[in-house]
Ligand binder design. Structure first.
Ligand SMILES: [Zn+2]
Length: 537
C-alpha cells in the first residue's frame, strides 16, 4: 500500500509529536523540548527527549529515535501504513491509498496457488495427494491451507499467458525460470501474510532426496523473517497464546488436533521480526521445536528473542528423534500442560564450579533480556532459588554508554548521517552542503541526501533511512544545547574529508612504500599532512 507524500506531511504536521507521544508516556517540559522515561528501554532517570520544533524524538540512553510515525510503529508494533492511518483518523484526515505497486505480484501468486491447488485435487495431482494422505494430512486441512501440487510437466505460463499476466512477474516471484516452472513434482504450501495474501510458497519433494524443502525466492512481497506460516489461518485462535513449531508438516499435523493456535517459523531460525509479528495477537508462546540438537539450540535462541520482546515463554520438549509431527502421530495430540518454564528448560545439574559459573552467566544473559521490571524481579527470585545463588549475582545492570559526545574515530557513514541530520534541520548548513561535492558512500544515504537537498523537513528525511543505527546518528547531534550548528556542520564536513583522506592513504600499499617508491611515499605524506590539517579544523 502506498500513500502520497503530501498526505504524509499533512498528517504529521497536524499531529504535534509531544501530544502524540504524551498520550503514551508522561512528558515534562524542559526548555524547548519535552523529557520523559524512555518506553523502549528500562531507566530510572529520563533520557528520552521530544522536540516539537524538530518533530522528532531521541533517547540518549538506548539511542532510539524517530518521528510520530516511527513512534507508533515501534510502540504499537504497527506498519507504516497503519501508523499513518491511525494519526490521520486522530485529526480527521482521510488516508486514500494509492494503487498498490505490488498488486500484480499478489495477483500472480494467488493465481499460482489456485492453480496448484486445483491440480492437487485433479487426477494429475495424484502423486502429491497420495503423499499428503500417507503423511496423515486430511483433505479438509489441504483445502483450508490451499495445499497444492506442482506436476512434472510445465503448466504456469501456459495457463497464465491467456489471463493477462506478465511473465516477468512470475520470474520476480521465483515461480518461473524463463517459461519453465521452478517447482516440479512437489507438494506446495502457499504462505500468506497478515492480510491473507499469498506472498510466497514452500515446497517439498515426494521422496527422500535433498534438499527436502525449498521456498520460493525472497521478493518485494516475500520476506521470510517477517512471516510465520499458518499465522493467517490460525489467527482467530492466537489470542489464547501461540504454539511455535519449526516446519510446514509440524504445523499441519498439529493443526489437525485440538491445538489450532499454531504457527511455524518457516524453517529459518526464529527472528525478532517474527516475534513482533506475533505481538499483534498474543503475549505468550510455547516453543515446540524438534527434539534434536539443532532444535534445542534453536529453542535457546527463540527464548531470548521472545523474552526480549516481552513474551511469556514456555517450552514443550520432545525426545531426541521426535518432532511435533511424529509425536502427534503416536500420541494423537500435544500435551501442552507438560510445557516447562524457560528456566526449567535452561537449567541443568552441574558437576563442578566451572559448569555452574557458565550456567549462571547464561541466566544473567537471559534475565538481562527481560525488560519488564516486575517480571525480571519475579524470575530473578525463582532462578536464585533454583540455582542456590544470591540474586545480586543474577541481575547485572548493563551500563549504556552516553552518546551525547561526538567521539573520535567514528565511521564515515556515522559522520555522514550526523551531518545530514544537521543539514535537514538547519537551512544554513544545507547551503554549504549544496556547494560541496558530497559523495555519500551508501545508496541508502544517497536517497536521504537528495531529500535534504530538496529541503524536505527532518522527520521526512528520517523516514527515508531504514538503518536504525543511522537514524540514531541522524538525530543524535540535534539535541545538544547551545550549539552553533553552522560551525558544527563545517566541523563535520572537515572531519568527513579527513576520514576520506585517511581511507585513501591506507589504500596505498605499505609494501610499495617500504620499497621506497618515492612517488607513492610523497603522496602518502601529502595525504597524512592534509589529514592532520583537516582534523585540526
Ligand atoms: Zn531509550
Amino acid at each position: 500500500m502506498r500513500i502520497s507524500q503530501d498526505k504524509i506531511v499533512e498528517i504529521r504536521e497536524a499531529n504535534p509529536i509531544e501530544e502524540v507521544i504524551g498520550n503514551y508516556i508522561p512528558l515534562k517540559k524542559a526548555g524547548k523540548n519535552y523529557k520523559g522515561l524512555c518506553p523502549f528501554h528500562l531507566e530510572k532517570a529520563p533520557s528520552f527527549i521530544v522536540s516539537p520544533e524538530k518533530g522528532i524524538y531521541h533517547c540518549f540512553g538506548c539511542g532510539k529515535s524517530g518521528n510520530v510515525f516511527t513512534f507508533l510503529m515501534e510502540y504499537n508494533n504497527m506498519s507504516f501504513y497503519e501508523a499513518v492511518r491511525e494519526l490521520g483518523n486522530r485529526v480527521g484526515i482521510r488516508v486514500e491509498v494509492v494503487e498498490d505497486a505490488n498488486k500484480e505480484l499478489y495477483r500472480a501468486n494467488e493465481f499460482v496457488a489456485s492453480l496448484y491447488h486445483s491440480i492437487l485435487l485433479s487426477e494429475s495431482g495424484t502423486p502429491g495427494h497420495e503423499w499428503l494422505r500417507k503423511r496423515g494430512i486430511l483433505d479438509d486441512t489441504a483445502n483450508k491451507f490451499m495445499l497444492g501440487y506442482a506436476p512434472e510437466q510445465p503448466i504456469i505460463w501456459n495457463k497464465a499467458k491467456t489471463n493477462g499476466f506478465k511473465q516477468k512477474d512470475f520470474e520476480v516471484l521465483g515461480l518461473l525460470i524463463g517459461v519453465r516452472d521452478a517447482f516440479r513434482r512437489k507438494v506446495i504450501f502457499p504462505i500468506r501474510d497478515r492480510l491473507g495474501r499469498v506472498v510466497g510458497f514452500g515446497s517439498r519433494v515426494l521422496d527422500d532426496s535433498e534438499p527436502k524443502y525449498i521456498n520460493s525466492k525472497e521478493s518485494l512481497i516475500f520476506k521470510k523473517r517477517r512471516l510465520l506460516y499458518g499465522a493467517y489461518e490460525s489467527r482467530s485462535e492466537l489470542r489464547k497464546g501461540a504454539t511455535l513449531v519449526e516446519g510446514y508438516m509440524d504445523l499441519l499435523s498439529v493443526y489437525q488436533t485440538e491445538t489450532k493456535n499454531v504457527v511455524a517459523s518457516l524453517g529459518t531460525s526464529f527472528a525478532q521480526e517474527q516475534a513482533r509479528y506475533l505481538k499483534g495477537y498474543t503475549k505468550s508462546v510455547i516453543i515446540a521445536y524438534d527434539g534434536d540438537d539443532a532444535g534445542h539450540k534453536a529453542t535457546e535462541r527463540a527464548i531470548d528473542i521472545l523474552l526480549e520482546e516481552g513474551f511469556d515463554v514456555k517450552v514443550l520438549r520432545f525426545p531426541d528423534g521426535d518432532d511435533p509431527d511424529s509425536w502427534v502421530k503416536k500420541h494423537e495430540k500435544l500435551d501442552l500442560s507438560e510445557a516447562q518454564s524457560f528456566m526449567e528448560f535452561k537449567f541443568k545439574e552441574c558437576s563442578d564450579i566451572t559448569e555452574k559459573e557458565t550456567l549462571i552467566r547464561e541466566f544473567q544473559e537471559t534475565l538481562s533480556k527481560i525488560a519488564d521490571p516486575l517480571k525480571k524481579e519475579l524470575w530473578a527470585d525463582e532462578i536464585s532459588k533454583k540455582l542456590e545463588i544470591r540474586k545480586e549475582f543474577l541481575v547485572i545492570e548493563k551500563v549504556v554508554p552516553k552518546r551525547n559526545r561526538v567521539a573520535e574515530n567514528k565511521k564515515l557513514e556515522d559522520l555522514e548521517a550526523e551531518l545530514l541530520g544537521i543539514a535537514a534541520t538547519y537551512p544554513k548548513v544545507r547551503e554549504f552542503l549544496i556547494k560541496e561535492k558530497f559523495e555519500v558512500l551508501t545508496e541508502e544515504l544517497k536517497t536521504s541526501l537528495a531529500l535534504v537537498l530538496q529541503g524536505e523537513a527532518s522527520p521526512e528525511v528520517l523516514s527515508s533511512i531504514s538503518s536504525e543505527k543511522l537514524r540514531e546518528r541522524f538525530t543524535d547531534v540535534l539535541f545538544r544545547e547551545d550549539t552553533d550548528y553552522e560551525k558544527l556542520g563545517k566541523d563535520y564536513l572537515n572531519r568527513i574529508r579527513a576520514e576520506r583522506t585517511k581511507i585513501e592513504r591506507k589504500g596505498l600499499s605499505s609494501e610499495k612504500i617500504n620499497k621506497g617508491e618515492s612517488e607513492i611515499l610523497r603522496k602518502f605524506q601529502d595525504l597524512k599532512r592534509q589529514e592532520l590539517f583537516l582534523r585540526g579544523g
